[in-house]
Design a protein around this ligand. Structure first.
Ligand SMILES: Nc1ncnc2c1ncn2[C@@H]1O[C@H](COP(=O)(O)OP(=O)(O)OP(=O)(O)O)[C@@H](O)[C@H]1O
Ligand SMILES: [Mg+2]
Length: 326
């Protein structure tokens, strides 16, 4: 049986209100139940813009081309009231700063009650508290009563991020969107959050779209990887395909930039990232060691390099053939 497409993003271009040109171009991605998809890319490449476009918060960003469908329905044609339901019980969100989803001086059990009541007006405080305690227990919180009676200002950053994830899970969303959920935390807490997200997927079958610039996080948790640069997804595929057989020079450079344990220094990517993202041509071409003039102006299209593994670059294949003399 074919898997349900929970979220399907097709040829999506997005701009900020008032801007002349889009920030992200022709992005396509499909999310399936139980899969963790990681979008990786350097700061400023358009990851959060993609996140805003999926959420469709009024006035935030404008979709100029393409579609986003949630369980087969185009979110652009949904009424605000329908979108609110999708945002709550369809798509949960977690941000980089736990403070973005939590009120620092409101007790956590009250924040759960407010979130649950927004989607089920009949829920009582006692029912909501029971549900909150159950979620926290399932997420292996040790002292659920103390947490529920605390305000976020009384808890550590890592604990608050775990609470923010629990709150996003309260409505049992089909999809959890997480925008850099670990980057504001120290390394040991980052590992805890990554484990937490993997457990949620295993326990509830939640589909997770995780946005990050940390290849270590991607290596640990991704089922599928989308590599983003200059407003485009340059390569997409399973974790093994992308990490073991990268098909885009930028992916290759990113992988070489990961510090290794054997003491070899990571290889930096020379050059600067672009300030404007071109509508045509490859934004990575000026930094790419195998680019030719044509790369800066050509019309980019997907090239399949494996089963559900594609790249926007044709140069790596050309190089392979040149090297093998065929
Ligand atoms: N509100 C805004 N108005 C106009 N341009 C914006 C706005 N927010 C972001 N941009 C521009 O859009 C581009 C992509 O930004 P975005 O925040 O999506 O990047 P990102 O990949 O999430 O970066 P980071 O890793 O730093 O969070 C950047 O060039 C940025 O300057
Ligand atoms: Mg961002």
């Amino acid at each position: 049986m074919e898997q349900e497409k929970l979220l399907e993003i097709t040829d999506l271009s997005v701009r900020y209100p008032g801007a002349a040109s889009p920030v992200i171009h022709n992005v396509s991605l499909t999310l399936y139940p139980g899969q963790i998809t990681c979008v990786i890319g350097e700061s400023g490449c358009g990851k959060s813009t993609l996140f805003h476009a999926i959420q469709q918060l009024p006035g935030r960003v404008e979709i100029t081309e393409g579609t986003v469908t949630y369980r087969g329905r185009n979110i652009r044609t949904m009424k605000e009231s329908e979108l609110r339901i999708v945002r709550g019980s369809g798509i949960g969100v977690v941000f980089q700063e736990p403070g973005a989803s939590l009120d620092p001086i409101r007790k956590i059990h009250i924040q759960f009650y407010e979130a649950l009541r927004a989607h089920d007006t009949g829920i009582s405080r006692a029912e909501s508290r029971k549900k909150a305690a159950e979620i926290l227990k399932n997420m292996e919180f040790q002292d659920t009563e103390r947490i529920l009676n605390s305000c976020p200002v009384q808890l550590s950053g890592g604990m608050n991020q775990r609470v923010a994830i629990a709150l996003a899970m309260a409505l049992d969303p089909k999809i959890l969107l997480a925008d850099e959920p670990t980057s504001a935390l120290d390394v040991t807490v980052q590992a805890q959050i990554v484990e937490e997200l993997i457990r949620l997927r295993d326990r509830y079958g939640t589909c997770i779209l995780l946005i990050t610039h940390n290849m270590g996080v991607v290596a640990k948790m991704a089922d599928r990887i989308a590599v983003m640069y200059g407003g485009r997804i340059l390569e997409y595929g399973s974790r093994n395909d992308v990490m073991q057989n990268p098909a885009h020079p930028y992916t290759k450079a990113l992988l070489q930039a990961i510090p290794t344990l054997d003491g070899k220094p990571p290889v930096g990517i020379p050059g600067r990232k672009p300030d404007i993202f071109p509508a045509r041509g490859c934004a990575f071409a000026p930094r790419c060691t195998i680019s030719v003039n044509e790369c800066e102006t050509c019309l980019l299209s997907k090239r399949m390099v494996g089963d559900d593994h594609w790249t926007l670059c044709g140069r790596m294949e050309v190089q392979k053939h040149e090297r093998s003399g065929s």
